[in-house]
Design a binder for this molecule. Structure first.
Ligand SMILES: [Zn+2]
Length: 216
């Protein structure tokens, strides 16, 4: 069973990668996914990711599946969170609150930095979230076959998984759908820490002014 250090490692890989990295129960590891493009070829904005996933009846998991006991259970959707404030990023966090796996993925950042993109033409839109004759399930076995043919080394931390963009909800029943939420305390902590970073590189003169004023 992966230790806390493994979950922290997963979080670091996600946080320092220009591409979208998530856990995939289909292959049992972290994988790299292409960022979705809209029908007109433009990049999907981060705040549209939740609707995109719902529309296609798919979900992205949090890292809890990396723990053996959870990998054999039904998928645990990550929570796509935003507080509606401009300047605050869309974040993806653990299914549980407070967080168990520590997932803190900056979706806004990924939407801008990812070099891999895809229109996911093989992922059908659902009609009123019901499976109908017109929308077949994604060709999961084909994804898996193609993935295995890529023959990644075991040492590859987050191999690229072409075609795959999360788990298909219909396979697991309706309660397993992508979920969203407002910012949690962990999200506000994350934003605060992100904002604290530029202070470390403030121009020297700013600090000098501050110091001279406080010298009185
Ligand atoms: Zn989790």
């Amino acid at each position: 069973m992966p230790s806390k250090a493994s979950l922290e490692f997963a979080r670091q890989i996600q946080g320092h990668n220009a591409e979208l990295v998530v856990y995939s129960r289909l292959v049992g590891t972290l994988v790299e996914l292409a960022w979705p493009l809209r029908a007109d070829g433009s990049r999907l904005p981060a705040n549209e990711l939740f609707n995109y996933l719902r529309q296609k009846n798919i979900l992205l998991e949090c890292n809890c599946g990396l723990q053996e006991s959870n990998s054999t259970r039904e998928p645990l959707s990550c929570v796509i969170r935003w507080d509606g404030l401009a300047g605050h990023p869309v974040l993806a966090t653990c299914n549980e609150s407070p967080s168990v796996c520590g997932m803190m993925l900056n979706i806004t950042s990924i939407a801008r930095t990812s070099r891999r993109t895809s229109q996911y033409l093989q992922l059908p839109d659902s009609v009123h979230n019901q499976l109908s004759d017109n929308n077949a399930a994604p060709p999961v076995l084909k994804y898996l076959h193609n993935f295995r043919r890529l023959n990644y080394q075991d040492t590859t931390v987050a191999p690229y998984f072409p075609g795959y963009f999360g788990e298909y909800s219909e396979f697991y029943g309706h309660r397993n759908r992508q979920i969203k939420g407002m910012y949690s305390m962990e999200c506000y902590d994350y934003v605060r820490k992100q904002r604290a970073v530029p202070l470390k590189v403030l121009p020297r003169f700013s600090l000098t002014i501050f110091q001279s004023r406080t010298a009185y």
